[in-house]
Design a protein around this ligand. Structure first.
Ligand code: QUE
Length: 359
C-alpha cells in the first residue's frame, strides 16, 4: 500500500508522489509520518542529488491538510487515540515543513493544479517550484475558522508589499502569473511538459559541481513566460488597503477605496471567520520581525487553540461537509472579538510546545 504517498529513486533523484487523488492529495498524518524519515534519509545520502515532489491524478498538487479528519476527531468521545489527532497531525505536518525548509539540497515541487494551505507547506519551503497553467494557489484557512499556517506567518509577510496580508486574510485564489509575481513560482512550464522535466532531471549528469546549478540549467531550459499577473495590477490598491493594524481598519480602507476589486474583497472578508481574521492579522504582523523557526512555534500554539474552537468545526461543516458555504461564526462580528480572545489563542501551552531542532 502507498499510504497516500509513493516514494522512489530515479537515477540520483528522490521522487515523491502524493497519491490520494480522491481527496485532492490532502495531507494526512500517515503521509507526514512516511515522508519525514524518507526526507531525512535522502538528505543524508550523498547519492541523492535532488528531490522532486508531485501530485497524482492530474487535478491537484495538494489541497491542504486533512482538516476534515482533524475536525471529526475533536468531537469523538475521549479515549485512547483519535482526540489526539489535532496534536499529532500538526506536530507531524510542521516537523515535515521544517525539514523541507532546512533540506539543503535541491527540492523541486511540480505544482500542477490545486495547491492550498498544507500544499504550500510542502512546496514553498523547498528550493524550486515549477508552476503550470493549471495552478490554483490559495491560503483559504480563514474560511474554515483557522489561520494561514504551515509557515504562512513567515512567508506571507515576505511576499511583495501587502499581497501576503491580502492572500492570508481573504483566501483569494491565484494563477500561475500571480504565483510568479509573488515569487512562489520559480519556473513556469506547460503542464504537458512536466514529465519531460522529471525525465531531464533523472538523466542529468551531476558531476562534481553544485547540484543546484544543474537543476537551474534544466528548469530554465523548460521555462516559458506566464503572462500578466492580476495581483500585480491590484498591487497599489492592496498596499493601500491592507497596511492597517486592525481588520476593522482594513475593511474601512476597502470601503473608501470604492473600486470593483475593493468591493469584492470587502464582501469576501465579511464571510470569513471574525476570530480567524483578527488572529491571522496579528500572526502576519508578528511574522514580519521573526524568523521561520520562531513562527512555527507560534503557529503550533495557534493550531491547538484554533482547532479547539467551535468555529473550526462549523467551517469544516459549511465548506467541506454540507458544502452550503454558509458558516455561522461565533462571535459573528469583528466587534465582538475582544483583544483578550485573540491574545488567548497565542498563549504558551504548558507541556505542549513544539520544539524543533534549530536550522
Ligand atoms: C481551507 C482549508 C482546506 C480546504 C478548504 C478551506 C484544506 C483542505 C481542503 C480540502 C479540499 C478538498 C478535499 C480535501 C481537502 O479544503 O486544508 O480532502 O478533497 O485540505 O477553505 O484549509
Amino acid at each position: 500500500m502507498s499510504d497516500g504517498v509513493q516514494t522512489e529513486m530515479r537515477g540520483a533523484v528522490g521522487v515523491v508522489t502524493l497519491d490520494r487523488p480522491k481527496a485532492l492529495n490532502a495531507l494526512n498524518l500517515e503521509m507526514c509520518r512516511r515522508l519525514l524519515p524518507q526526507l531525512e534519509a535522502w538528505a543524508a545520502d550523498p547519492a541523492v542529488k535532488a528531490v522532486v515532489v508531485r501530485g497524482a491524478g492530474g487535478r491537484a498538487f495538494c489541497a491542504g491538510g486533512d482538516v476534515r479528519a482533524v475536525a471529526a476527531s475533536t468531537v469523538e468521545p475521549r479515549g485512547a487515540g483519535p482526540e489526539r489527532l489535532s496534536r499529532e497531525f500538526f506536530r507531524a505536518e510542521y516537523a515535515l515543513n521544517h525539514r523541507i525548509h532546512h533540506f539543503g539540497k535541491p527540492y523541486i515541487s511540480l505544482v500542477d493544479g490545486i495547491c492550498m494551505g498544507g500544499g504550500l507547506g510542502l512546496s514553498i519551503h523547498g528550493s524550486h517550484r515549477v508552476v503550470t497553467e493549471k495552478l490554483v494557489l490559495a491560503m483559504p484557512e480563514t474560511g474554515i475558522g483557522l489561520f494561514p499556517d504551515v509557515g504562512g506567518g513567515w512567508f506571507l509577510p515576505r511576499f511583495p508589499g501587502e499581497s501576503g496580508t491580502y492572500l492570508g486574510l481573504t483566501g483569494a485564489r491565484c494563477g500561475a502569473a500571480d504565483a510568479m509575481w509573488l515569487g512562489y513560482g520559480t519556473h513556469h512550464v506547460e503542464s504537458a511538459r512536466l514529465d519531460s522535466v522529471l525525465e531531464a532531471l533523472v538523466r542529468a549528469e551531476w558531476g562534481a559541481g553544485p547540484a543546484s546549478a544543474v537543476v537551474e540549467r534544466i528548469l530554465s531550459s523548460f521555462h516559458a513566460d506566464a503572462g500578466t499577473s492580476v495581483l500585480a495590477t491590484q498591487h497599489a490598491a492592496m498596499d493601500r488597503c491592507f497596511a492597517a493594524e486592525r481588520v476593522e481598519d482594513i475593511q474601512q480602507a476597502l470601503e473608501a477605496e470604492g473600486s470593483a476589486w475593493a468591493q469584492q474583497t470587502w464582501a469576501t472578508l465579511v464571510h470569513r471567520c471574525p476570530t480567524s481574521l483578527k488572529v491571522s492579522l496579528r500572526q502576519l504582523r508578528m511574522g514580519r520581525k521573526r524568523d521561520y523557526d520562531e513562527m512555527v512555534a507560534v503557529e503550533y500554539r495557534l493550531s491547538q487553540s484554533m482547532t479547539a474552537r467551535a468555529d473550526f468545526r462549523e467551517g469544516i461543516r459549511a465548506v467541506l461537509v454540507d458544502k452550503d458555504n454558509k458558516p455561522r461564526w461565533h462571535p459573528g462580528t469583528l466587534g465582538d472579538v475582544s483583544e483578550a480572545d485573540v491574545e488567548a489563542c497565542f498563549a504558551p501551552r504548558d507541556g505542549d510546545e513544539l520544539v524543533l531542532a534549530p536550522g
